[in-house]
Design a binder for this molecule. Structure first.
Ligand SMILES: *Cc1c(COP(=O)(O)O)cnc(C)c1O
Length: 402
């Protein structure tokens, strides 16, 4: 079957909750993917940063296969030999006392929300059902009903109400607005260190540090959603490390699964994570040995292959090249590490047509909202392949100049 035929079947039987580029991928290796018609592309999205280690990483696949043959699922009704080791390795790597495992990112955000609320009632003394968690405009934290309850994007919310209350919204990057919004009922502030889905929005330097100070002063938990920015993507293991602003709770996912299995986690110190008692929260697949074995290897690969340092180095290298692009359609080039956005003027005709033209030229990336192109290749990439990608990008910008 060819591309057209696969697309016809997908569009007939699959729900239309996405608008993918018309590329049907059936094979991948490292930073490269191939489609069913044999065309080869460089992956410049990395499954929204879930493939930081590159596709089919030999060590991760080996760990996956070995674990699959041994033990895949026990549920948390029993214990297994992988979850304790992942828990310890993750806590030591991230510098937190305890960790709670889930599967998807949205589930981990829900977990952080539940932990913060329980902490608010039990430790801060907030009156029952009054807890508030402050969030930011243009946030993206996932797609569950509670999580979209505090989205400000109409597309994510329309006709999905009624919504979960208790989430005041403040502008992103505005520490004073956060401070003003805090009340005695505020349990936590939830924020992405960089708003990736909103279009790679980077707050002014010092923002997270101020957030940390304000939260400490007001006895409010600072929760960082590092699902996309974490595990090396921005050139630090976690983006909050740019500011020496350690959160009370972090949420991770995506590349924790090494590009092959959904695994997410919430990390916090004992005074916060200790609020969960047996039976109060859980997930059938959370902490399953297959996912844990993969996550352990995924973390080892990030560490041993020095992917964090490579993301910083390659990110700086590529940003410098992108800034030399001459196009009247480019409004801004911004990023940290290998999380980079090129914002176009509305007159450019939309980022979508750039992504389609880039795909035809052999580079896969995705528009975020209407006018931003996100460049986020796997963190294993080197200068030679970045040079090749830049050549395609320059070509496409020249072609679409009029
Ligand atoms: C992807 C993402 C999520 C949601 O993760 P899922 O695994 O898709 O549920 C939440 N927050 C951020 C910042 C993300 O990038």
């Amino acid at each position: 079957m060819n591309t057209k035929q696969y697309i016809a079947i997908e569009d007939k039987y699959g729900a239309h909750n996405y608008h993918p580029l018309d590329v049907v991928i059936d094979k991948a290796k490292g930073i490269w993917v191939w489609d069913v018609d044999g065309r080869k592309y460089i992956d410049f999205l990395s499954a929204y940063s879930a493939v930081n280690q590159g596709h089919n990483h030999p060590r991760i696949i080996k760990a996956l296969m070995a674990q699959a043959r041994r033990l895949t699922l026990t549920s948390r009704a029993f214990r297994n030999d992988q979850w304790p080791l992942l828990a310890k390795e993750l806590c030591q790597m991230a510098g937190f006392d305890m960790v709670l495992p889930m599967n998807s990112g949205a589930e981990a955000v829900e977990t952080a929300v539940k932990a913060a609320r329980k902490w608010g009632y039990q430790k801060k003394g907030i009156a029952q059902d009054q807890a508030e968690i402050i969030v930011c405009q243009n946030n993206f934290h996932g797609r569950t009903t509670t999580v979209i309850s505090f989205s400000t994007e109409p597309l994510y919310r329309r006709d999905f109400g009624p919504f979960t209350p208790g989430f005041p919204v403040v502008p992103f990057g505005d520490a004073e607005a956060l401070e003003r919004a805090i009340t005695p009922n505020t349990a936590a502030f939830l924020v992405e260190p960089i708003q990736a889905e909103a279009g790679i929005l980077i707050p002014a330097p010092g923002y997270l540090k101020k957030v940390r100070e304000i939260c400490t002063k007001n006895n409010v938990l600072f929760i960082a959603d590092e699902i996309q920015t974490g595990l090396g993507r921005t050139g630090k293991l976690f983006a909050f490390q740019y500011e020496d602003a350690r959160p009370d709770m972090i949420v991770i996912g995506k590349s924790l699964g090494g590009g092959c299995i959904p695994v997410s986690a919430v990390l916090a110190d004992e005074p916060v994570m200790g609020v969960f008692k047996p039976g109060e929260h859980g997930s059938t697949f959370g902490g399953n040995p297959l996912a844990c074995a993969v996550a352990r290897e995924a973390l080892r690969v990030i560490k041993e292959e020095k992917l964090v340092a490579n993301a910083a180095k390659m990110g700086a290298y590529f940003m410098k090249k992108l800034k030399t692009l001459k196009s009247r359609h480019i409004k801004d080039v911004r990023g940290k590490g290998l999380l980079i956005g090129v914002e176009l003027y509305p007159e450019a005709g939309g980022a979508r047509r750039y992504c389609e033209t880039l795909a035809a030229a052999g580079l896969l990336c995705k528009e975020t909202h209407d006018n931003v192109i996100r460049f986020a290749p796997p963190l294993i990439i080197g200068t030679k392949d970045l040079d090749w990608a830049f050549g395609r990008i320059a070509e496409v910008f020249a072609k679409l100049e009029n």
